[in-house]
Design a protein around this ligand. Structure first.
Ligand code: GUN
Length: 296
């Protein structure tokens, strides 16, 4: 699909996420029949940030729907750091808990690095512990490979699943990741390298950002800046994946100016309904993966 007049194929992330959730539900039922208990995911939310409350509720509902037991800890905003670390230790030791997710951001008196690092890597369904991030950085973690060690962050894993599902060639492709966060940009670069893409990581301080982005066959926008990506930054026919979830006065807005970029791109994910639903689906997949590894 090239040519200036073409309009991009819009990728149905919600549909792909539903497929993943269905596959996970089958795996959960099989594992529960074998082990005598369903996989369990513990979620921890400190304080009452409204956006975090919505995210955690969605995660819990998706778990229940897939047959995963959801164990939720809603902690007061005044919870002390040592109390939170004690809870993480308790969950690490609880045999009925296969995955632990501490919702970020935490209130300012908590050190998120310390809390994340306290989670047992085998239960780290966010893939954020230094152990799991290190396995990915070393090219030893995988998304598709059940035998690969480690757990991979959900949003980057969701991006890779979209590409796989849509049959978008990654091997040998020029992939540009716009953003370098611990949750998305960095781990996604690792996954794309593992999938044999030629990967460039750029960010808001990159010189000639438009020039770098416009070389991409595959452009992933994860900078957290509303509508940062405009048509002159996109190679005609490129695949554009929008990870942005910016809450603005106009509602939820991606990092890509969807209406103008869709006139240039070959395929594009919308916001909402693109990468967002995949993050939750891959959380379910990671929980099943953690539970299988622990049952083995
Ligand atoms: N806050 C926003 N996204 C995430 C996520 O993927 N995991 C956690 N733990 N917190 C988040």
């Amino acid at each position: 699909m090239s040519g200036a007049a073409a309009t991009a194929r819009v990728i149905d992330g919600a549909g792909i996420a539903a497929d993943v959730a269905e596959r996970v539900a089958d795996g959960v039922a099989a594992l529960a029949a074998r082990s005598g208990r369903p996989p369990g995911l513990a979620t921890v939310l400190v304080g009452e940030d409204p956006a975090s409350q919505i995210y955690v509720r969605r995660k819990r509902e998706a778990c229940e729907k897939a047959g995963i037991r959801s164990i939720h800890h809603a902690l007061d905003v005044a919870t002390r750091p040592d109390e939170l670390l004690d809870l993480v230790a308790e969950l690490n030791a609880d045999d009925g808990v296969d995955g632990i997710l501490v919702q970020l951001p935490l209130p300012p008196d908590h050190d998120p690095d310390l809390v994340t690092a306290a989670i047992s890597p085998s239960k780290d369904v966010d893939g954020l512990t230094p152990t799991n991030a290190g396995l990915l950085a070393q090219g030893r973690a995988g998304v598709d490979d059940d035998d690969a060690p480690g757990l991979v962050p959900c949003t980057p894993a969701g991006v890779m699943e979209i590409l796989r599902h849509e049959g978008i060639a990654v091997e040998g492709a020029d992939a540009v990741v716009l953003g370098r966060s611990r949750l998305v940009g960095r781990p996604l670069a690792g996954l794309l390298i593992a999938a044999n893409a030629t990967v460039t990581v750029c960010h808001t301080r990159t010189r000639d950002l438009a020039g770098v982005c416009s070389r991409a066959d595959l452009l992933v926008a994860a900078a957290g800046v509303p509508r940062l990506v405009t048509p002159e930054m996109v190679k005609p026919g490129a695949t554009v994946i929008d990870v942005g979830t910016n809450r603005t006065d106009e509602g939820l807005v991606g990092d890509v100016d969807f209406e103008s970029v869709r006139e240039v791109a070959g395929a594009i994910t919308p916001v909402p309904g693109g990468v967002g639903p995949m993050t939750i689906a891959m959380l379910l997949a990671n929980t099943l993966r953690a539970a299988r590894a622990r049952a083995a």
